[in-house]
Design a binder for this molecule. Structure first.
Ligand code: SAH
Ligand code: SF4
Length: 388
C-alpha cells in the first residue's frame, strides 16, 4: 500500500509565473532588492524602494503599482513594466453556520488548493496548504490518496494569507484608527502537503508573513505541522523559528508504520530525539503532538499510557483529533467515551489534552482532509457556495 517516500517533486521556477513577469509577492527582502536592481533601480536606492513597496504590499494590502502614491510616476511605471503582484484566485468561498470559511483557490497550472479560516473567541486561525497533494501516504488522510502534483511557490503560500485578509477586509485603512484586533491572528500549516518537503518556499513565505513592517505575525503565532521529516526539524527552528506540531498518531512503531509510513524511515525513537533537541524548547513553546482518534486502532488506554511515557522530557501538549471520516476510508472515528478516557489519562499525567472540535462540518472544512470533498460537493452545487 505504501509508495516509496521521495522528495523529487516538481517545483515551478522560483519567481516566474505563467505570464512571464516575476511576481514580487513571496519574495524575501533580499530577493526583492535583487529583482528591483535588475529592473533598473539604482543600487543605492534599492533598500529604500524595497521598504516602500513592502509597506504598500504587506501593510496596506495594495496590489496595483499605480496606487503606490509615494513613488514617482516613472518608477511606478517601471515596476508595472517589470513585475506583477499576484495572489491565487479564489474560485469558491463557503461560509459555515459556525463562521468557518473555506476558500477553494486556483494556482498556476489550473490546480486548486483549499484555505480554511476558523474564527474562535480569542483568535482567528488560517489553515494553509504547502503542496498540491502529498508524496506521503498516511492511510487515514485523504490527501495521502492523491498524488503529489507540485510544491506551492512562496508567492502561493503567502498569497493564501493575503487573499484571506482581502476577504475578511483586514487590511488597514489609511487615516483610520489602528485596529489591534486581528482577524487572522494565527497560521497553521496543516492544509494539504508536507511543509518540510517544500522547506525553502515555506520558510521564505513565513519570513514574509512574520516581517514586522508588513503582515507582522509573530513567530509564535505560526504552527508548522509535520508528519516527522526528521532531518528538517532542527532547520525549522533555526530558519523559521515557528512552533512545531507533529503528526504522532501512534505509540508503537508497528502501528505508526501503518498510519504514518514515513515512520519506516524515521521511527518513533528517532523522531523523539529530534523533537527533544528542537532548539529553544521551553515550556511556553511546547510541541503539539497531534493524535487522530481511530476506533480500536490507536485509542486504547494502553496507548494513552504509552504516549505519556514517550512524551517524558519533552514540553508537549496533545491535540486529540476525532477522525474525519471520508468515503472509502479504512477507519472509523473513535467513540466519545474512548476519546474522553484517552484524554483523561494524558491530562492526569500533567499534559494539556484538548479534543479538537470539528469545525465547519456543514461545508466539509476539516483541515487535514482538504479539497476532494469540495470537488464532489461543487458538482452538486450547494447552497452556500458563492462565486469568488
Ligand atoms: N502533512 C502535514 C500537515 C498536513 S495534515 C502533517 O501530516 O502533519 C494536518 C493534520 O491533519 C495532521 O496531523 C494530519 O495527520 C491530520 N489529518 C489528516 N487527515 C485527517 C483526517 N481524515 N481526520 C483527522 N485528522 C486528519
Ligand atoms: Fe501528507 Fe500530512 Fe496527509 Fe500524511 S497526513 S498524507 S504527510 S498531508
Amino acid at each position: 500500500m505504501t509508495a516509496p517516500i521521495t522528495q523529487d517533486v516538481l517545483t515551478l521556477p522560483r519567481k516566474l509565473p505563467e505570464g512571464g513577469k516575476p511576481n514580487l509577492v513571496g519574495m524575501t527582502r533580499d530577493q526583492m532588492r535583487a529583482a528591483l536592481i535588475e529592473a533598473g533601480t539604482p543600487e543605492k536606492q534599492a533598500k529604500m524602494r524595497v521598504g516602500q513597496v513592502w509597506q504598500w504590499v504587506y501593510h496596506w494590502g495594495v496590489r496595483d503599482f499605480e496606487a503606490m502614491t509615494n513613488l514617482a510616476k516613472d518608477y511606478r511605471a517601471l515596476l508595472a513594466q517589470h513585475f506583477v503582484l499576484e495572489v491565487p484566485e479564489v474560485v469558491t468561498k463557503q461560509v459555515s453556520s459556525d463562521g468557518t470559511r473555506k476558500y477553494l483557490v486556483r494556482i498556476a497550472g489550473g490546480h486548486e488548493v483549499e484555505v480554511v479560516y476558523i474564527p474562535e473567541t480569542d483568535r482567528g486561525t488560517l489553515c494553509i496548504s504547502s503542496q498540491v497533494g502529498c508524496t506521503l501516504t498516511c492511510s487515514f488522510c485523504h490527501t495521502g490518496t492523491q498524488k503529489l502534483v507540485r510544491n506551492l511557490t512562496a508567492a502561493e503560500i503567502v498569497g493564501q494569507v493575503m487573499l484571506a485578509r482581502d476577504d475578511l477586509n483586514e487590511w488597514p485603512v489609511q487615516g483610520a484608527p489602528k485596529n489591534e484586533t486581528r482577524l487572522v491572528s494565527n497560521i497553521v500549516l496543516m492544509g494539504m502537503g508536507e511543509p518540510l518537503y517544500n522547506f525553502e518556499n515555506v520558510r521564505d513565505a513565513m519570513k514574509v508573513v512574520m516581517d514586522g513592517e508588513g503582515i507582522a505575525l509573530g513567530r509564535r503565532r505560526i504552527t508548522l505541522s509535520t508528519s516527522g521529516v526528521v532531518p528538517e526539524i532542527a532547520r525549522t527552528a533555526q530558519e523559521i523559528g515557528c512552533l512545531l506540531a507533529v503528526s504522532f498518531h501512534a505509540t508503537t512503531d508497528e502501528v505508526r508504520d501503518q498510519l504514518v509510513p514515513i515512520n519506516k524511515k524515521w521511527n518513533i525513537a528517532t523522531l523523539l530525539e529530534a523533537l527533544k533537541a528542537y532548539p529553544g524548547l521551553t515550556n511556553s513553546e511546547r510541541i503539539t503532538f497531534e493524535y487522530v482518534m481511530l476506533d480500536h486502532v490507536n485509542d486504547s488506554k494502553e496507548d494513552a499510557h504509552r504516549l505519556v511515557e514517550l512524551l517524558r522530557g519533552i514540553p508537549a501538549k496533545v491535540n486529540l483529533i476525532p477522525f474525519n471520516e471520508w468515503p472509502g476510508a479504512p477507519y472509523k472515528r473513535s467513540s466519545g467515551n474512548r476519546i474522553h478516557a484517552f484524554a483523561d489519562i494524558i491530562y492526569q499525567a500533567g499534559y494539556s489534552s484538548p479534543i479538537r472540535t470539528p469545525r465547519g462540518e456543514d461545508i466539509m472544512a476539516a483541515c487535514g482532509q482538504l479539497k476532494s470533498a469540495t470537488e464532489k460537493q461543487r458538482k452538486s452545487a450547494t447552497k452556500t457556495t458563492v462565486q469568488g
